[in-house]
Design a protein around this ligand. Structure first.
Ligand code: FAD
Length: 468
């Protein structure tokens, strides 16, 4: 069999290559690093996590991304296998040691007999490559972006995200800060005390908000004015500008936390830091993406009690995000309608996040493998998390999608992308959580159960087709 060419060895490309090879199809995986890098990548490892080390919630019953994790595990995902094997404690979230994770993915792909890894930038897929998966991510190299634009005839869309600073653990003053997960929630491998918390009084919070608003920011004239922020990743100073209380209801919310140094004084606001590496020597400031200039970040963040002597392993910053107008350009198996030899996967399709990108890579790999074998693989049902993400991207098979291609914006997986249940589920009307909450949890749980059942049917159909 002729090889399928996967361009980009990030979250999506690595998973796509793995799925192809596991389905018996030879793969050439092209990764431009270390020959050429991006503004965010630091290593030459495959599946490098460029910012947070979290795959977010691992709750497969009540959280859409947790459900996506579970579906990926059932589909033999390499990204989930490497993530599970390199977990660090993070409450109910699945967070990973970033180097251990990337090493595990690199090792698995390098040692697979059907995978060849070629280092070097691909400015344009060769004409004699009859099956290509483009998974070059939000920081696709400019030459390849130009080739894609040339073929699609579409102006590429772009917006920007911001990244949060990382602090050396031993520079945090634990006589002021303390370890605790919100509501003492213990996730997989966690203790219920996984986060470092820094408390602020009302006066400190007000002064902090002022410092954020007046702080010196980097200005990105070229594209800032024309491109909107992604709401899940707003810079902290933009949140502060939206209202003085916004942060207290967002990343600095003080609820579910008790300061053991002053148990009788309720903090007015709390900054949380989450473990960033297996050793526990680095902690990232949760929700503190920022475009403050580096010197300003050091000055302003050191006003947070506990961080007055903080040493930063990495400061925050802004980045560009490149994605195509997928609902208009792609078919339901992620092929470019204008040239069906090219498939797209990962963040460049307009999904958002590590897990979603890998899931789209997983689907692209399976679609390309079936095609190479001369089979047709139906898209996963829209009732599954994979199907819901795919429907968002391809604008396809869910009638409830209201946004047309012109308003297409990247989005994390969420229960709003799933078709509604045929009937409202039973729930405990006397629940201590209250009726509304109990109803909502029962609904999420029913959507998740339906998803896993329908995924099982989809997997079963593939197994049957392969056997025939
Ligand atoms: P990537 O993982 O970026 O992989 C693309 C790969 O393609 C790279 O290895 C790149 O070197 C390679 N490449 C690019 N062009 C070429 C070419 N022409 N030829 C060959 N190789 C090429 N998501 C989260 O869930 N949490 C976060 O905290 C988060 N923070 C982010 C911070 C930054 C700065 C950025 C840029 C993105 C962030 N994201 C975050 C989004 C994140 O990038 C994606 O979720 C995920 O990495 C996308 O996976 P991908 O495989 O599509 O792209």
């Amino acid at each position: 069999l002729q090889a399928v060419h996967v361009i980009g060895g990030g979250l999506a490309g690595s998973e796509a290559a793995w799925q192809l090879a596991q389905n018996g199809i030879p793969v050439v995986l092209h990764e431009m690093r270390p020959e050429r890098s991006t503004d965010a990548h630091k290593t030459d490892g495959l599946a490098e996590l460029v910012c947070s080390n979290s795959f977010r919630s691992d709750d497969a019953e009540h959280n859409a991304v947790g459900l996506l994790h579970e579906e990926m595990r059932r589909l033999g995902s390499l990204i989930m296998r490497a993530g599970d094997a390199n977990q660090v404690p993070a409450g109910g979230a699945l967070a990973v040691d970033r180097d251990g994770f990337s090493d595990a993915v690199t090792q698995a792909l390098t040692s697979h007999p059907l995978i060849t890894i070629e280092r070097g930038e691909i400015a344009r897929p060769r004409d004699d490559w009859d099956s290509v998966i483009i998974a070059t991510g939000p920081l696709t190299s400019p030459d390849l972006a130009a080739s894609i634009r040339e073929l699609t005839g579409q102006d590429q869309l772009a917006f920007f995200d911001a990244i949060a600073p990382i602090v050396h653990r031993d520079s945090i003053d634990m006589t002021q800060a303390w370890f605790q997960s919100r509501y003492d929630k213990a996730g997989p491998g966690g203790s219920g005390a996984d986060y470092i918390n820094c408390p602020l009084t009302r006066e400190q919070y007000e002064a902090f908000v002022d410092a954020l608003i007046t702080g010196d920011k980097t200005v990105f004239k070229e594209w800032e004015a024309a491109t909107p922020y992604f709401d899940g990743c707003l810079p902290v100073e933009v949140m502060a500008e939206r209202g003085r209380e916004t942060l207290r209801y967002g990343p600095m919310k003080p609820i579910g936390l008790t300061n053991p140094h002053q148990p009788d004084v309720k903090p007015h606001a709390v900054v949380q830091l989450r473990q960033d590496n297996k050793l526990g020597t680095l902690y990232n400031m949760v929700g503190f993406q920022t475009k403050l200039k580096h010197a300003e970040q050091v000055r302003v963040f050191r006003t947070i009690p506990g961080l007055q002597n903080a040493e930063f392993a990495r400061l925050g910053g802004l980045h560009r995000n490149t994605f195509i107008n997928a609902p208009k350009l792609l078919d339901t198996t992620l092929r470019l309608k204008a040239n069906t030899r090219w498939r797209f996967a990962g963040q460049i399709t307009g999904c958002e996040g590590y897990v979603e990108s890998a899931a789209v890579g997983l689907m692209a790999g399976r679609f390309a493998a079936a095609e190479r074998r001369g089979e047709q693989l139906a898209p996963p049902p829209p009732t599954t998390a994979h199907g819901a993400v795919l429907a968002h991207i391809t604008g396809g098979h869910i009638e409830t999608i209201v946004s047309g291609p012109s308003s297409f914006q990247p989005m994390n997986v969420n229960f709003g992308l799933f078709p509604p249940l045929a009937e409202p589920p039973e729930f405990d009307r006397k629940s201590k959580l209250g009726r509304a909450k109990a109803r909502e949890l029962a609904k999420k749980s029913a959507i998740s159960r339906r998803a896993l059942t329908d995924l099982g049917t989809w997997i079963g159909a593939q197994t049957k087709a392969a056997a025939e």
